[in-house]
Ligand binder design. Structure first.
Ligand SMILES: [Zn+2]
Length: 163
């Protein structure tokens, strides 16, 4: 990756584990491990947003996808694909894929800094839809011309924003 702070983002400088991080050392009494792979784990999210809510977690403590090395990233993406297939073929007609990076929020029971990808089985009548997503239509806004210009300029200069 070009023009990225190596001290913050390279795989070599990410710590292997962080004391007190619930995803570095998994509490097997509280956590249901679905799969254990060379570089990552799949666990049931608890608390969960929907039945079957799954988390895919690299074993090494990183906070951003860009901090994963090639083998970790390859395994994570391939697990995302296969678990998403499993969900939409055998559980629900839809599946949300989510990875939040919120360094502005304090770590707590629900928010963990250690990188993880949410796979959330979805259907039209699930609680997420009835409680939240039905209002999403109001949140979508037409993009004004000036804003469009700003983001064309921003995103086409990919890779230069962390310097
Ligand atoms: Zn961790």
């Amino acid at each position: 990756m070009k023009n990225v702070r190596p001290s913050a983002l390279s795989p070599e400088t990410a710590p292997d584990f962080v004391a007190g991080c619930p995803f570095c050392i998994i509490d097997q009494d509280r956590t249901t491990i679905i799969g254990d792979y060379p570089w990552s784990r799949a666990i049931l999210s608890n608390p969960r947003l929907a039945p079957g809510h799954l988390l895919l977690i690299p074993k090494r403590h990183v906070e951003l996808l860009s901090q994963l090395d090639e083998k970790e990233l390859q395994e994570l993406v391939s697990l995302i694909i296969s678990y998403q297939q499993k969900i939409v073929c055998g559980l629900t007609p839809g599946c949300d894929l989510r990875q939040n990076y919120h360094p502005f929020e304090p770590q707590g029971e629900v928010k963990v800094d250690h990188l993880h990808v949410h796979l959330i089985p979805r259907s039209l009548d699930d609680k997420l839809y009835t409680d939240a997503q039905m209002y999403e239509e109001d949140l979508f806004q037409t993009v004004p011309a000036q804003e469009k210009e700003r983001f064309i300029n921003f995103y086409r200069r990919l890779g230069s924003e962390c310097v």
